[in-house]
Design a protein around this ligand. Sequence first.
Ligand code: GLC
Length: 626
Amino acid sequence: MSPIAVDLAQNRSVKNVDLGSAVFEIEDCDLSRLLDRPRHINIERNRSFDERSFSEMSISLSPPLHFYRVFDHLERVYSPGIQSGSNTPRSNNFDSHPIVLDAWEALRRSLVYFRGQPVGTIAALDHSEEELNYDQVFVRDFVPSALAFLMNGEPEIVKNFILKTLRLQSWEKKIDQFKLGEGVMPASFKVLHDPVRNFETIIADFGESAIGRVAPVDSGFWWIILLRAYTKSTGDISLAEMPECQRGMRLILSLCLSEGFDTFPTLLCTDGCCMVDRRMGVYGYPVEIQALFFMALRCALLLLKNDDEGKEFADRIVKRLHALSYHMRSYFWLDIKQLNDIYRYKTEEYSHTAVNKFNVMPDSLPEWVFDFMPSRGGYFIGNVSPARMDFRWFCLGNCVAILSSLATPEQASAIMDLIESRWQELIGDMPLKICYPAMESHEWRIVTGCDPKNTSWSYHNGGSWPVLLWLLTAACIKTGRPQIARRAIELTESRLSKDHWPEYYDGKLGRYIGKQARKFQTWSIAGYLVAKMMLEDPSHVDCVVACTARSDAGYRPGVTSVRGHVGLALPAATVFLPALGEFGGLSLLRQHDNPQQPAQVPLKSTFYLLMFPSLSDGILSKDSGN
Ligand code: GLC
């Protein structure tokens, strides 16, 4: 593909407020209330009490995106300021571990500029190794960087990135003679500088240069998730409402919602189409992609405009969410009971009455899984397709399943229980295993094709990836178990900076710097910062949690009326109690967060249901799938 110069479109317009038929509904989860510590007001983030309490609930108009219009003045407060050039974290309340400053400096060094504007961060700034494509801006790698900048009140770079990649999406993409789908987002891009003409151009990789020539299925999903995070964090809806952004979203959705020969609502993928971007036996229906697909659908539902095209997509999304959540929760879920059921499966069953629907052979159950499975706990397995279950545990898919509410509340806590009881295996000395366990000898040969980078307990094959810390932390906060994240972060802090921020660690416990790991890997740096900031101010997690009354309606039938009551009857409480709590006039919420005060438990439960409509739905709608 020839390099094409692309201009950055800027849109800073602030739309007028339409207070029309505003209906208040509880929207996103106010995570800080689930934690065992009071939240401070981060003055540096320029968010006053009013702004914060309003930003943490939603007024669901139709479309829900219009929520942000109600507080037009907030948009200006939140409007992207040009701050990406600043040198320090803006939060002065940061529990400053010495390596935090180090991390910010390293993150800022990784910034990539296009015609004077920051548009992303380079994958790794390590000149000691061959660069390959590590000198590019990867879409998936940029996500933690973007979150770090958003949380630090520097949204401009995120906006630039969203617009830049949107332009790239509209390129004609070809591999040899074959044209790729219009909506495909690049895996990565690079800014080229022509010193003679003093001119900058961009080249992008949609898979045509990638090792293995695989298109990144996850890029489009991350793009939508990031657009939602930007909108949620800044309150600036003008970006998402731009016709170009709406179109970009619809193109991505068209690709993944298209009808074909599928008998499952999950998305069929080739190997290497996600974070695990080479042959690792994740082809088929990898849990990472299914969880991101689910999350992106829910985010899109919030971002799509209520025009004819938007409505048509919203309908398709709602149907797909419904089927996808049912399928994943039923067939990908493994706990001790489910494992025992599979162990006793009969095979060759025909017709609708089959229990073993995918004809899984009990003999294909790997031995390790019987020891790995705790009596309390469970997880979404790696893959399910005819006669094939990949029982490996994958970190990203399970964490995103929690954040997106693909996991029911019970499943979300069970995933956390499993992480706690399998701490050595999954966290070890350096968080966090990309997958567990590693494939060895013959299996490694067959499945990876003898990949020397993916030997046992290295890289994608059971390596430990610090970047995953931000996902674990977000999941811990959402499930109300921040202490798990705190422990993991402490482990990271003892080594990561000293080791120069490696991409991954090797070994069963992750004790060794990965054999081909890049140093100063940007997402290791950003992942740490995001984890730290989330723990410091749990309200940050709101922008990566997709749970709204409206989007829940899509896949939890039979609970709309309950949700409606929650949404309509209690908005005042949602608005005013946090507000009062924040001012110290009413310490109700603080108290309920304090685990030392059992008397507050009923109140806590009430708030849990209030603030987590999706969770209450989960409880209420258990087994309500078809
Ligand atoms: C490796 C990772 C991939 C990442 C890329 C750039 O290929 O597997 O997920 O995007 O490096 O860091």
